[in-house]
Design a protein around this ligand. Sequence first.
Ligand code: ADP
Length: 377
Amino acid sequence: MTSSTVLEIDGIYKRYGEQNALEAISLDVARGEFLTLLGPSGSGKSTLLAVLAGFTAPDRGCVYLNGADITHFSPERRRFGVVPQGYGLFPHLTAYENIAFPLRVRRTPRTRIDGRVQEVMELLQIEGLGNRLPMHLSGGQQQRVALARAFSFEPDLLLLDEPMSALDASLRRDLQAELVRLHRQVGTTFIHVTHDQQEALALSDRIVVLNRGRAEQIGSPRTIYDHPASRFVASFLGKNNLLKAIALVGPDGRIQFHWHGHRIAARPGAVPPTAGPCILAVRPENITLDAVRSSASHSDDRIRGKVISRTFLGSSTDIVVAVGDDTLSVTLPATAASPTAAGEDVWLAFDSERCWCLPNGDASPSQFAAISSELAA
Ligand code: ADP
């Protein structure tokens, strides 16, 4: 724990029958941070949020707020704002009364309630909607009322459970921008749950990637995208080509990755701890293509393949290329002059600065030995 830590999560375990919902979750949340819990359905995101909110007790482990153990505090004692899935607005109360509710529960003096409700309505830009019942508000407006209600009592921390899941794509983008603005303006610590990787990348200071109740990686969006710690993270966040490669020390003493007889220089930091089989993770946008007919020269760092298909996606074009028994996805910007058509032979080049290596590939030891002796010769 450092002086900027607001919340410390220490070794949390939670089981439901035989199911491990959370396993050994430990992390520190910094004051004012926007932290996202990201994972597929069933990975433990909601359970972890429920443990933090005080709705669910962990089987083991502790939660500390500003250094004090709050593991067994009731939700009310925690002073956390919560935006639940589906917003949980009271249908029989107006927007104003929904927002005032947490203040009334906390016995805030009547004279202060009105001022504070007006303040948060202004903050969320929903002045004028105070008299409406939730059923007379759009999805986006309901979300703003839910946020205003969660902010009304100036919480130490805001917990958001899939706040955008009920909204359509364009409204989601508007509200993502709105959440970023709010976070900057109020400076409160946000802990946000989503299964949407784009949303996590767009909003967060740091992301916790959950898989089967375990935190597979914790880091900034850039780190998690560029340097995934596991096969799961590499393929869950965006697209990745995961290639069975072999890491070897080349004649110049530096590590090279070998794949289909081609050599890719490893950049420092992307090197596995030992030479041997590995998984080379190459994002589709980090591969370039060149038609074989238009360029005669061959070099070791280019790979020959055959275009199987191309799909126009508006801002980009997806191209699938076969190399031996493998297929690769390549994404080109729509503006790039694309020299390729299905059936055509192409040279592929990987951006070696952006190739990333995961340990424990399953290339066979005999393949490794054959390439090693070829290099030594
Ligand atoms: P997520 O929010 O990532 O979809 P959850 O935290 O809801 O995941 O669930 C994690 C695991 O725990 C799942 O396998 C789920 O089926 C199980 N689980 C969650 N809540 C309960 C519960 N109340 N009773 C039994 N199993 C549960």
